[in-house]
Structures are given as C-alpha cells and as structure tokens.
Ligand binder design. Structure first.
Ligand code: ADP
Ligand code: ASP
Ligand code: MG
Length: 409
C-alpha cells in the first residue's frame, strides 16, 4: 500500500469552498492509487478565536480546559472535510488525534507526541477510506486531549508520515512554498525550490510560521522529506530535504524572517556579581518561560548592569512577574517590558566565516534610520530587535540588501 500524508492548514480550509477544494485534492490523490491520510487544522482563525473567547471568560484560563476548548477547532475541520469527501462519492472517515492512536505526553498546550498506534488507521486505509486526522492533538496517559503547540498540525503530519513510513509529507498552505521572506510583506520574494531541514528549523524559530519549528526536528530525525505547496495551485512548491542534497559551501543568506510575536523584558540595575545571571535565568526556567535572546550589558561605573530577554507575548505577564520576584531579591532597580518590538532575522549557512552578512544587515538598517535594540548571531542566523513599527520596512530593506529578489541568484 502506497500512502500519501497530506496536511491542510487552517488557511487551506478557511471556508466551505476551500474545504471542498481541499477534499477534491485528497480524492484526486486517492484516485491515483494512493492510500490517503489528510491531516486537517482548525478552519481559518478558529484557534485564535477560541483562545480569545477563553480570555474573555478569564484572563488566565486553566491550561487543561484551554486544551479542551482549542482542540475542538480541529474537530470542526476534520468533520467538514470528511463530509465534503463523502459528498463527492469518496469513502472517508474523520478521526480525532486520540481516535487516530496519537499518544502524547507533557504539559497541556505543548504536549509531545510519544508514539502513534497505527492499527486502526491502517485498517481504514486498507478498506479504502481517506482517513482525515485532526492535527495539533494527542491523547495523554490521563485520557485527556492535549495540544502540541501552535502550528502543531505540521507536527502531526510529519509524525504520521514517519510512523507510516511514507518517507515524505505534503504540506498544503495559502503560499506556493517557502519564500526568501514572507510573500505577504515582501512582494518580490522568491520561492525556493529546496531548503535544508536545518535552515527551515532556523527560519521557523526566527518566526516564519510557514512550518512549525518542532515539526522540522522530527522531519530531520526520521528522514521525512517535506513538500510545502499551495492548496489552490497545482505547481510544485518547496522541498525541505537533508543538507547533503543541497549545494555545498553556501555562505550566504537564503531567507529572512520577521517575528512580531515576542516582547522584550529588561531587568535594570542588577549587581555585577557571579551567580546573578544564574538566579535570573533560574527564575524564568522555574516558570517554564521560553527565552530567545539573552543580552547582558557591560557593567556601569556603579557596578551594576542590565539583562534583556525576548519572550513570546503569551508568556509576557508570567515572565514579568518572575523577573520582579528575582529583582526584589537581587535589589535590582526595576523590570521593564517593551511590547512594541519586532525581530528581523537573516537565515543561511556559513555566517561564522562571513562578518559581511551581519555588516550588510546593520548597514541596511542604518540606511533606513532604523535603530537596533538587540543583536544575536550564530553560524546560521543573525537577528536584530527593532521597533515594532519598523519591522516590515526592515524586512523589505534587508531583502533588497541581500539581493534575494526574483530574478537574482
Ligand atoms: P497554515 O494555515 O497553512 O498552517 P500558516 O499561516 O501557519 O498556514 O503559514 C503560512 C503563512 O506563513 C503564509 O500565509 C505567510 O504569510 C507566512 N510566511 C512567513 N514567512 C514565510 C516564508 N518565508 N515563506 C512562505 N510563507 C511565509
Ligand atoms: N490550529 C492550530 C494553530 O492554529 C494548529 C495548526 O494550525 O497547525 O496553531
Ligand atoms: Mg501553520
């Protein structure tokens, strides 16, 4: 049995017409002789709307109950998708994550897939059904449905492709593939024909939501090649593959990302002493707060310095509280929160040997008179924090400065 795993994101099933078109895609694949697993997300913005609804009931919803609520979004998606298949004469069945045998562990809202029991799923496939699986969810040992982190349907699809040993996974979205930058912001962005798992992981981590970062780790580990393509056009999209298959010695920028989902926190006036950074980070770690950049300023003549971090907006309140606690203990001056920031990043390979890549970024931002708040750099990525209002201008300026537009390279 040859199996195809096809994932349709929220943008591809945003309304009844789109659901019908997506179902037709799955049926066409079935008619080509493949057994089809369609992983489906919550239609459109339903996940965001459900979270907003919960926040109107309480400012800090209980994690388990929030998962109970948001996991219904995917259930809407799969039921409608399977109905559309059946209405077109195709045999189909919708399954929630737990019904599909997806076992998860870990905290609500960011559970991890532990294993997939494929028996029931394979039986449906053998009997000729298109199996429509809810993305973004799994069954915990406690019998609860837990979600897999935002964008988690990508992870469901990759994990299913791995468990079913298909070797590849088709990701359908509202874009034609992975571009040199978000094509909604940079209109002359170029579609990449291939990108490595490593670069895509870095790009996703830098805020390009086209693929979930965690799904890239699984894809790389289990050798699942990913084809990101349009749900509305038939052309080939972008293949995400292992590094060896790509051009060697690529010491240049392949793509850019803009992340508007984080805030900057600064603990001002901490004593310049051993153990201070450990206390600050321990406070954040105890609260399970993700931190992206850690910058410590040089000590002032008063023997104090500042420490700054980036953290996701939805962790901002908790992070600030944790830092205020540690600030009191360390007798620091205060904790500042700036939510009017954005992060622009250039992703590629070989940056370590090429300071020109960072220099080009700083020059392009300077020419736009954009001030840089924070900088971080690695072999694969350079990121700058800028004012929120400057984010899109910065992205367009960098795209030009690195010569990434259509027709170039
Ligand atoms: P889906 O609903 O299919 O999961 P997402 O909204 O999660 O879709 O991801 C697709 C979106 O990712 C696109 O609409 C686009 O705006 C955004 N995006 C950001 N960076 C890129 C990029 N480099 N290439 C393609 N799309 C990108
Ligand atoms: N619906 C979930 C989200 O919006 C999962 C997904 O779309 O991948 O994050
Ligand atoms: Mg997505």
């Amino acid at each position: 049995m040859k199996i195809t795993v096809m994932k349709f994101g929220g943008t591809s099933v945003a309304d009844p017409e789109k659901i019908q078109r997506a179902a037709e895609r799955a049926i066409a694949e079935r008619r080509k002789g493949y057994a089809v697993v369609a992983v489906v997300s919550a239609p459109g913005e339903m996940t965001d709307e459900l979270i907003a609804l919960a926040e109107r009931v309480t400012a800090s919803p209980d994690d388990r109950e929030l998962d109970q609520l948001v996991s219904t979004g995917e259930q809407v998606g799969i039921a409608l998708f399977a109905m559309a298949c059946k209405a077109r004469g195709a045999n189909a069945v919708s399954l929630t994550g737990p019904q599909a045998g997806i076992d998860a562990v870990g905290a609500a809202g960011r559970a991890q897939i532990r294993r997939i029991r494929t028996r029931a799923l394979l039986k449906h496939l053998r009997e000729g059904r298109i199996v429509v699986v809810a993305g973004f969810q799994g069954l915990t040992p406690e019998g609860d449905t837990a979600t897999l982190g935002r964008g988690g349907s990508d992870l469901t699809a990759v994990a299913l492709a791995s468990a079913l040993k298909t070797g590849r996974c088709e990701i359908f979205s509202d874009v034609k593939g992975v571009y040199t930058a978000d094509p909604r912001i940079v209109h002359d962005a170029r579609k990449l024909s291939k990108i490595s798992f490593e670069e895509m992981l870095e790009l996703a981590g830098a805020g390009a939501q086209v693929m979930q970062a965690r799904s890239m780790e699984v894809a790389e580990r289990f050798g699942v090649e990913i084809h990101v393509r349009s749900a509305f056009h038939p052309q080939a999209g972008t293949w995400i593959v292992a590094q060896e298959d790509l051009m060697l010695e690529k010491a240049f920028v392949s793509s850019l990302a803009l992340d508007k989902s984080e805030v900057r926190l600064t603990i001002v006036g901490v004593p310049d002493q051993p153990g201070v950074a450990a206390s600050v980070l321990t406070a954040l770690a105890e609260g399970d707060i993700p931190v992206d950049m850690i910058i410590q300023s040089a000590p002032s003549h008063l023997g104090v310095n500042d420490m700054s971090f980036m953290t996701p907006k939805n962790h901002a309140v908790k992070a600030k509280k944790a830092l205020e606690g540690v600030a009191r203990r360390l007798r620091a001056e205060r904790v500042d929160l700036n939510d009017q920031v954005a992060k622009v990043s250039a992703v590629g390979t070989g940056f370590r040997h090429s300071p020109k890549i960072a220099a080009t970024m700083f020059r392009a931002l300077a020419e736009q008179r954009i001030n840089i708040h924070m900088i971080s750099a690695s072999d694969l990525r350079v990121s700058c924090i800028v004012d929120f209002a400057d984010g899109e201008t910065a992205l367009r300026a960098l795209h030009k400065a690195y010569g990434l537009s259509k027709g170039k390279k």
